[in-house]
Each structure stands twice: as structure tokens, then as C-alpha cells.
Design a protein around this ligand. Structure first.
Ligand code: HEC
Ligand code: HEC
Length: 453
């Protein structure tokens, strides 16, 4: 089935698409360079290990020549698209990063010293200097300490840092302009119509302010982009949608009459938005896959779709308790449009002996008068204090803004610190952390649900 035939495509776009598209979905390039100047079609699909991810531009094909998301705005030859690639669901997978390193012998602008290295003062041609990017897919995020206009209610110390950056006399916490370096995955620059809280720590109030700082920091622009450029970037981001479009076992994920949660078109129309209730139309729409096989008589396809349907029920209705607190959750409690901005699920706060040796480790001491951390008390350790680096509140340490659960198959690894290499590892993390007790079949179903999103 041809994706084009299902949709009312304005004639002008369908002509452009037909001219560009080698296959029925139009399989796009794996890599976009800054300033490449090509047309980003109205709809295009890109290969990934589980199938294909779809990118949909609701307002039509995008002329990227001269477009500030696609052109380099600064000195290091990067553009926004460098770290937000269509083929990776407008994020960047570890596999793509590794391939870029091999193909360019580490000379791609992606690896720029400013944040594509563990620290800018390391020898840049050495692979080891980029180990967090190459092994975990992480970029360095450097934040001022204390935060601007905030008096923090805790003290932060560097316990150890194998990157050297937090201890560096130029870039570190004891430098003339004290800063803290944390290391984070790029987030999806698509479906942003639905994202209320931006960045892992919620530090950017708008897409425009985000774009301004991304140009100054990631692209090392000498001056901020002008207001027209910022508006153009934000407008672009509000109309581009990314979701897995087909699965090697499940076939087309966004067929007409199929589950509302799936596919870029359902995102663009607003039908796919997650709500945290057991009777939400998005959840109920998976019923069509419980029994029915879709087109053809492929047993594998029927099996996969039934598994995704079971996974959706687990995601929206299976309740579990937080052993560290009193609250009861489903996955949808935190992953829905109205969910609170950030929470600490234990991805970054850690006992020192369990800490990852490649990431920095900080000791946090709450002031005597401050509200302590809700589960960890007044003295504890973190590899990325998250929201607390912005709010200055001890109680926020380790609180992270959930990412969008879209195009997951196109952009492993997962969590802000890249600690879950696969969706299997991610589900195992939740199973352990919340003592859920999933069966192997339930894990399998939940993984299939996530890879279809
Ligand atoms: C060097 C890689 C890199 C470049 C270049 C880059 N980004 Fe990002 N982007 C990131 C990382 C890393 C994050 C997550 C940072 C965090 O969570 O603190 C991010 C986060 C975002 C987000 C937040 C999405 C969300 O759901 O919170 C948006 C939007 C975004 N980038 C847009 C842009 C734009 C626009 C540009 C160009 C002006 C750009 N990025 C350039 C790496 C990059
Ligand atoms: C208490 C709130 C909460 C609950 C419950 C919860 N999550 Fe999350 N989820 C988060 C937060 C916060 C993050 C970001 C953590 C980080 O990046 O360090 C996250 C991240 C994720 C990611 C990673 C996305 C990415 O782009 O890296 C996936 C996938 C995910 N959750 C799936 C689930 C599933 C499946 C369940 C149910 C078993 C679940 N979540 C339950 C809060 C929650």
C-alpha cells in the first residue's frame, strides 16, 4: 500500500515527492550535512533496525537551502540538523554517531570540541576524548553554577570525573566562571506541538529561546540568530512529525482504520495524543489489532500486532507502586500530555559504588533549612542533578523531564544518559526499579508496543 494514496496530498507536493522517491514510501538519506540544500519532502521514510521511521511535514516539503534549521549558524559547521537527523526521528542514534566517526575519521563537525568531546581541553583527534559521544551518544551540556538569579538551597561537589571537565581550571566548578558539565542525549526536534516542557531539565521556556541558545552553544554562533530566523525554526519544529511508520514484522503501522496511537499522520492530526485514562480512544483503538490480521495472511504480522495491542494495555492500565514512595503509577501516569514536567525515577541519582565510572559523580548536600530530597534525604550522590541545576532546589535533584516516546526504534540508546542501550534494557530497568514483576511475555509485548510508536 502506498502512503501517498491514503492521504489527500496537495498536487504540488505529490509531484515533488514522486520525483524524489525511489520506493513507495520514499526512502530518504541516512545522513544530512549542514547546508546540504536539498528538499525535505512532504513525507519520507528512513530505514532503521526495526523497520522505517516516517517524517511528515504538515505544511509541505521544506526547501532547506537558506533555512536556519539546516544551515550552519555558527563557526563549527554544524546545523540543527546535524544532531536532529530525519533518519533518526529528528534525534541521533548511537549507530549513526559511530558510523559518522568511521566515515569521517572523527572529523565530522558532529565531534566538535565544544560539546562533542568529553571536554574541550582534551586532544581532539583521539577517539578516547569523545568516548561519551561514541559509547553512549551523549553531548556535553555546560550549565552555570549557581544558576542565574537563583540562590540554591544545596551544595554541590565533584566526587570524581573521568572526563576531567568538572575539575578543569577552565571549564570546571572551580574555574573563574564556575560551570557544571553533564552529558545528555539529543531529544526529538519534532512533534513539538505536544511538548510542554523542553530539555531534560526544563530550562528553556520556548522553542525560540531553545533555538537561540542551541545556535550560541552547539553551533558556536558569534551572535544569536535574528527574530525571523528563530520564528522560522520554531514554525518548522511545530509542523514536523516523526513516528515509526512500518515494522519489519508488523507491516504498515499507520494503516487507515488502524490504532490511533501510531504513525506520523495520527500525530499530525492530534489523534495520537496519550491520555492517562483506561477508556482513552487511543488505547481502545488498539482493539482492532487484538484479533484481526491486517492485509495479507501473514501470521508473523498478526502475532506482532496482537503483541503491540497487549503492550498498549500494559502501558495504560498495569498499575505498580513506587517502593521508594507511596505513589501508584501506570506508565501513562508520567507519559501523557498533561503529565507533570519532571520526576526522579532513579536514572541519575545513585550510590557511589553503583555509579557509572565514565560519567561525573556529584555529592549533593541540602542546606539544613531546605526541604530534603523526597526519598534520599539531605546528603546523596547524582550523575546529573537534572532540574535542580536550574531551580537550585535540593528536592529537585535527579528530576528529569520525560522524553517523547516516539520514533524510539530510530534512536537508541534511551534515557537522558543513554543508560538503556535497548528497549529491552529500558523495560528491565522499570521492572527492577518499581518491582513490577512483568512476565517474559509481558516484557516482550511492552517492548513491541514501544518500538511501534
Ligand atoms: C551538537 C548537537 C546538537 C545541535 C547542533 C543541536 N542540538 Fe538540539 N539538542 C541537543 C541535545 C543534547 C539536547 C538535549 C539537551 C538537554 O536535555 O539538556 C537537545 C534538545 C533539543 C530540543 C528539546 C526537545 C525536547 O523535547 O525537549 C529542541 C527543540 C532542539 N534541541 C532543537 C535544536 C535546534 C533548533 C537546533 C539548532 C539551532 C539544535 N537543536 C541544535 C543536541 C543538539
Ligand atoms: C514516575 C514517572 C514515570 C513512570 C511511572 C514511567 N516513566 Fe518512563 N520516563 C520518566 C522519566 C522522568 C523519564 C526520563 C528519565 C531520564 O531520561 O533519565 C522517562 C523515560 C522513558 C523512556 C525513554 C525515552 C527516551 O527517549 O529515552 C521510555 C521509553 C519510557 N520512559 C517508558 C516508560 C514505560 C514503558 C513505563 C512503564 C513501565 C514508564 N516509562 C513509566 C517517567 C516515568
Amino acid at each position: 500500500m502506498n502512503t501517498l494514496s491514503r492521504l489527500a496530498v496537495p498536487a504540488v507536493f505529490s509531484t515533488i515527492l514522486a520525483a524524489q522517491s525511489p520506493g513507495p514510501y520514499g526512502v530518504g538519506p541516512a545522513w544530512w550535512n549542514a547546508g546540504q540544500g536539498d528538499l525535505l519532502p512532504w513525507e519520507e521514510s528512513y530505514e532503521n533496525p526495526d523497520g522505517q521511521v516516517s517524517i511528515l511535514n504538515k505544511l509541505g516539503a521544506v526547501h532547506t537551502a537558506g533555512h536556519p534549521f539546516f544551515e550552519s549558524l555558527g563557526e563549527n559547521h554544524r546545523a540543527c540538523v546535524t544532531c536532529h537527523q530525519p533518519s533518526n526521528g529528528m534525534s541521533l542514534s548511537l549507530a549513526t554517531i559511530a558510523q559518522r566517526w568511521t566515515e569521517t575519521a572523527g572529523r565530522d563537525p558532529l565531534f566538535a570540541a565544544v560539546d562533542g568531546a568529553n571536554c574541550p581541553d582534551l586532544p581532539q583527534s583521539a577517539q578516547a576524548s569523545h568516548s561519551l559521544l561514541l559509547h553512549r551518544g551523549l553531548f556535553r551540556i555546560s550549565l552555570p553554577w549557581p544558576p542565574e538569579n537563583v540562590r540554591p538551597d544545596f551544595q554541590i561537589e565533584v566526587v570524581r570525573d573521568s572526563t576531567g571537565c568538572n575539575l578543569s581550571p577552565i571549564y570546571g566548578l572551580k574555574s573563574a566562571k564556575p560551570r557544571i558539565s553533564v552529558f545528555r542525549r539529543p531529544r526529538i526536534a519534532a512533534n513539538l506541538q505536544y511538548v510542554a516542557t523542553l530539555m531534560a531539565d526544563g530550562r528553556e521556556p520556548s522553542l525560540e529561546s531553545q533555538a537561540r541558545n542551541a545556535a550560541l552553544e552547539h553551533e558556536q554562533a558569534a551572535a544569536p540568530p535574528n527574530p525571523a530566523q528563530l520564528r522560522r525554526i520554531a514554525d518548522f519544529e511545530r509542523q514536523i512529525y516523526a513516528a515509526q511508520g512500518s515494522d519489519i514484522r508488523g507491516g504498515l503501522l499507520d494503516e487507515k482504520g488502524g490504532p490511533l496511537a501510531l504513525g506520523a499522520e495520527n500525530l499530525a492530526s492530534g489523534a495520537a495524543v496519550f491520555e492517562d485514562r483506561p477508556d482513552s480512544p487511543v488505547l481502545l483503538s488498539f482493539r482492532v489489532w487484538e484479533k484481526h490480521s491486517g492485509e495479507g495472511d501473514l501470521g508473523l504480522q498478526r502475532e506482532f500486532r496482537a503483541s503491540v495491542a497487549r503492550g498498549s494495555t500494559l502501558f495504560f492500565t498495569r498499575a505498580f507502586r513506587d517502593p521508594a514512595g507511596a505513589a501508584t503509577y501506570t506508565c501513562a501516569s508520567c507519559h501523557n500530555r498533561a503529565a507533570p514536567g519532571w520526576s526522579d525515577i532513579g536514572t541519575t541519582n545513585t550510590a557511589p559504588e553503583q555509579a557509572s565510572p565514565d560519567l561525573p559523580l556529584f555529592r549533593i548536600t541540602c542546606a539544613a533549612a531546605a526541604p530534603p530530597h523526597p526519598t534520599l534525604g539531605r546528603v546523596f550522590y547524582s550523575q546529573d542533578p537534572g532540574r535542580a541545576l536550574i531551580s537550585g532546589r535540593c528536592a529537585d535533584a535527579g528530576a528529569i523531564v520525560p522524553q517523547q516516546l516516539r520514533a524510539l526504534a530510530a534512536r537508541a540508546p534511551y534515557f537522558t544518559n543513554g543508560s538503556a542501550r535497548t528497549l529491552g534494557e529500558l523495560v528491565d530497568f522499570y521492572d527492577r526499579r518499581f518491582k513490577i514483576g512483568y512476565t517474559e511475555q509481558e516484557k516482550h509485548d511492552l517492548i513491541n508496543f514501544l518500538r511501534a510508536l
